[in-house]
Design a protein around this ligand. Structure first.
Ligand code: ZN
Length: 356
């Protein structure tokens, strides 16, 4: 199904949502995006897997990267989309209407429309954001063709309720493992109960008071939580292993190795520590002149982002990046995802005003 880039951003959001593109099935949507952008003489278009990148090359002094993922989490009876009104607010309802097809629609519409922008522009539409990080299209491009991500400032159209959200917390996951000795539970004294040994770990987690840390003027609230627990052999066996899976969300001022050291210091006295995953946060970078110009132009104050987003990938490359997109992030991945139509138009107008 072809996309109509001259339609309103609201109508374009509907068209994009109705091309189902659950992670791994982005091809049809990537094809439609590539086809339309390739028609535009002011854009150089490249395809990498199901990632499409379109760039102006006008010799401007500065370049802004505007990126959005085109995949969604699985559909659950919420496609095709529909328009609905609740409490006097008009919405588009359905999978992708928050995370993050309205941001993609706004970017696509402006990519086609802005033939002579104030800065050079790189428009990135990428695949596999909603799955494991090693499949992420943006990460792939950063590895294989980092020059295509180059820029002075980046905007990710992830849902932020139309506000500007700077940076993001880092995230790490690890197991704390306790060991014991199996025995028949009728003679429990012959064994050593690994689940009971987990009690101090759970107590530490329950009592832990996470910090709120100010970074570049924004307050980042940290989180430390057990998210999974496993252990036990059978109903009549003293368990010899218990595994508590912990997620730590840390302020972007902490380096990943510092965050890891902090967790090891807490948990190594209580069990074996096994690191599973560690992603750095991103400083908001709002002291950058382009970021300041952007905030002034859209007339918004920045807020901290708590969830991990791909802004961190730009941060690693030394490019300040913010989230700015329509939709309430707390509805992302929910079955009743819906976006207020006015937020789509407001984001479109703000970006157009700044980039024109
Ligand atoms: Zn998203």
């Amino acid at each position: 199904m072809p996309l109509d880039l001259t339609a309103s951003s609201i109508e374009l959001t509907r068209q994009i949502c109705d091309i189902e593109s659950v992670s791994g099935h982005e091809k049809a949507l990537a094809d439609a995006i590539e086809t339309e952008l390739t028609r535009m003489p002011h854009l150089d278009v490249l395809r990498d897997g199901d990632l499409v990148v379109a760039r102006t090359n006008l010799g401007r002094a500065r370049r802004v990267v505007i990126a959005g993922h085109i995949d969604t989490v699985p559909v659950n009876g919420n496609l095709p989309t529909r328009f609905e009104t609740a409490d006097g607010v008009d919405y588009l309802w359905g999978r992708g209407t928050v995370d993050m097809k309205p941001g993609v629609a706004v970017a696509l519409k402006l990519a086609a429309e802005l033939t002579a922008p104030a800065v050079d522009l790189t428009w990135l539409f990428y695949d596999h954001e909603e799955v494991a990080s090693d499949q992420n299209g943006l990460a792939r491009l950063a590895r294989t063709r980092p020059e295509l991500l180059a820029g002075d400032f980046a905007i990710l159209g992830e849902p932020s309720n139309g506000a500007v959200e700077g940076g993001c917390n880092g995230t790490m996951r690890f197991d704390v493992v306790t060991r014991g000795k199996r025995a028949h539970s009728a003679r429990g004294w012959m064994g050593e109960n690994a689940i009971h040994k987990a009690a101090p770990i759970l107590r530490l987690l329950a009592d832990f008071e996470p910090e709120t840390i100010e970074v570049d003027g924004l307050a980042y609230r940290e989180n430390l939580n057990a998210v999974l627990v496993g252990g036990g052999v059978a109903g009549n066996v003293i368990p010899d292993e218990c595994r508590i899976h912990v997620n730590y969300r840390f302020a972007p001022s902490r380096r990943p190795d510092e965050a890891e050291a902090k967790m090891r210091a807490l948990f190594e006295p209580l069990g074996e520590f096994e690191l599973k995953d560690l992603s750095p946060g991103a400083r908001p970078g709002l002291d950058d002149p382009l970021a300041q110009e952007f905030l002034a132009a859209v007339g918004l104050e920045a807020k901290p982002k708590y969830g991990w987003t791909d802004v961190a990938r730009f941060s690693v490359l030394g490019i300040p990046a913010v989230n700015f997109g329509p939709g309430d992030p707390s509805l992302a991945h929910a079955d009743d995802e819906r976006v207020p139509l006015a937020q789509i138009t407001a984001c479109e107008d703000a970006l157009r005003a700044w980039l024109s």
